[in-house]
Ligand binder design. Structure first.
Ligand code: NAP
Ligand code: MG
Length: 477
């Protein structure tokens, strides 16, 4: 789709410039998108402002919720189509694409139901006064999203804002915007007023930067890299508005010697290979107590060596990564670790018959990785798992907290006291005990600390981010 979606219709960009979109599975161009500019962003923000002051802003919370819930049903009607588009655009295996569309519908279902359940409260104050606290929309919110889970991100970031009554402008990742453009059309079809949802495609430093700096935006939601997150926050500072930043992680799985091996091994593997490692909450470090290190890591290695990467249709454990740049980046982590002599414990395979031009990488397990190594400190965003031995509980906590990130942690132990102590001590926005990952986890507040960003998405907490609290003090006449 080579056009933006502004004010309820497809429009060509002001400059008419377009850029190629490649299918990661083949490396071949399959469509083009419009290269949005500051003028296109301005058109989109104005359309959103008009919707907020007009038809969209006039709806009651229940009416907004009903529209969002209708979109959930509409997504189910277009399930296979959306899953196919997502798989082509991102290269993900069909099973993953289907799971993503299911989660997207869940976001619409959840926030559709939540829209009329955000209630204010009354504060008992001095005699002769009534005080109420209400939650109002920001007006227009801006959303800059990545390519790893494009449809889910639409559900997560935009829907919470829409539920609160904001009109939205989205700049999706240039690598993957097809499902977002389709979802905006489906939203129109179920009755969203023109201008409630606007999408401007194009390059981050152009359309994205213009969106984050636009004075008509009341709040920004960003998901992506820490480097760009900083730029977005600086742009927000100029306009004195708030933002949520979801910037990825280096999340540890901490395995103690009393862990249930059979339960932990497959989940430790899945947590890093899901979506080919391109998940902000990927469990990219496995920390294992020294006395079981060889046995546990050996069991993970046996599973890891069976992993295969292929096209969406092959529907294997992994797909390609998103583009040639990410392929080169992930490969450079692997090559450098090998040059440094870090042992390769297991390698998966790239399936026979994948197209030559696709962006495939071999899933790789390294260990023991020296503390302080790049593989410990930097987000690879690919199917690369690093193993580290630890001595005891305090060493495990030290190691878990040894990065600047703080998004998610997994704790594997049967000891109840240790479960609680470690959960309290790890720096993370979400902690899983004897499990990992939430399969979407729509209801569960999610977000990071430190280099992983700030603010919370998902659940009811996201609704608070997309609202302004107003305290109304009424002195009785
Ligand atoms: P990125 O550059 O941070 O991209 C995220 C979004 O920001 C995209 O929509 C991007 O547009 C936009 N953007 C880029 N420059 C911008 C600017 N100056 N102002 C405003 N918006 C801008 O991430 P990436 O380059 O795609 O991936 C790099 C690394 O980021 C990955 O290797 C991974 O470590 C991390 N990452 C994390 C997540 C996560 O879920 N937390 C997701 C994706 C990536 P364009 O697509 O047009 O560049
Ligand atoms: Mg793409």
């Amino acid at each position: 789709m080579t056009q933006h979606f502004i004010n309820g219709r497809h429009v060509a960009g002001r400059t008419g410039e377009t850029m190629a979109v490649l299918a990661p599975a083949t490396g071949e161009e399959f469509t083009r998108i419009a290269c949005g500019t500051a003028d296109d962003i301005d058109d989109a923000v104005k359309a959103a402002q008009a919707a907020y002051e007009g038809a969209w802003g006039k709806l009651t919370a229940a009416e907004r919720g009903r529209l969002i819930a209708k979109l959930a049903l509409k997504v189910q009607d277009h399930f296979d189509e959306l899953a196919r588009i997502e798989a082509q655009d991102t290269g993900k295996p069909m099973a993953q694409a289907r799971a993503d569309i299911e989660a997207t519908a869940r976001y619409f279902e959840f926030y559709g139901g939540a829209a009329d359940k955000v209630h204010g409260h009354v504060i008992p104050f001095m005699n002769g006064y009534s005080v109420s606290v209400v939650h109002e929309p920001h007006g227009v919110t801006g959303h800059i999203l990545p390519w790893n889970y494009p449809a889910q991100m639409f559900g997560r970031s935009l829907t919470a804002s829409l539920a609160m009554g904001n009109a939205v402008v989205l700049k999706p990742a240039e690598e993957a915007c097809q499902t977002a453009l389709r979802l905006a059309v489906l939203a129109s079809e179920v009755g969203f007023p023109d201008g409630a949802i606007n999408i401007v495609t194009g390059r981050g430093h152009e359309a994205g930067a213009a969106l984050s700096a636009h004075p008509g935006i009341g709040f920004m939601s960003f998901t992506g890299s820490p480097e760009v997150g900083k730029m977005v926050q600086k742009a927000c500072a100029e306009n004195l508005i708030g933002c949520t930043l979801e910037l990825g992680g280096k999340s540890p799985q901490i395995v103690f010697d009393d862990a249930d091996f059979d339960a932990a091994v497959p989940i430790v593997c899945k947590a890093i290979v899901q979506n080919t490692g391109q998940t902000c909450s990927a469990g990219s470090r496995v920390l294992v107590q020294k006395n079981i290190y060889d046995a546990f890591v050996g069991a993970v290695a046996r599973q890891f060596s069976k992993l295969r990467a292929g096209t969406p249709e092959m529907d294997l454990d992994c797909g390609p990564v998103i583009n040639a740049r990410q392929q080169g980046r992930v490969q450079s982590f692997i090559d450098q670790a090998r040059e440094q002599g870090i042992p390769v414990l297991a390698e998966g395979q790239i399936a026979q018959g994948v197209p030559n031009g696709g962006f495939y990488v071999t899933p790789t397990l390294f260990g023991p990785v020296p503390r302080g190594n790049r593989l410990e400190q930097e987000e690879v965003f690919g199917p690369v798992l690093s193993a580290f031995p630890f001595e005891d509980e305090s060493d495990a906590i030290r190691l878990a907290n040894a990065t600047a990130y703080g998004l998610v942690a997994g704790i594997w132990t049967g000891n109840g006291g240790r479960q609680q102590r470690v959960a309290k001590s790890v720096r993370a926005g979400q902690v899983f005990i004897n499990g990992y990952g939430a399969g979407g986890g729509i209801e569960l507040p999610f977000g990071g600390t430190g280099k992983s960003g700030h603010g919370r998405e998902k659940g009811f907490m996201a609704l608070e981010e997309f609202a302004v609290t107003k305290t109304i003090v009424h002195k009785h006449g």
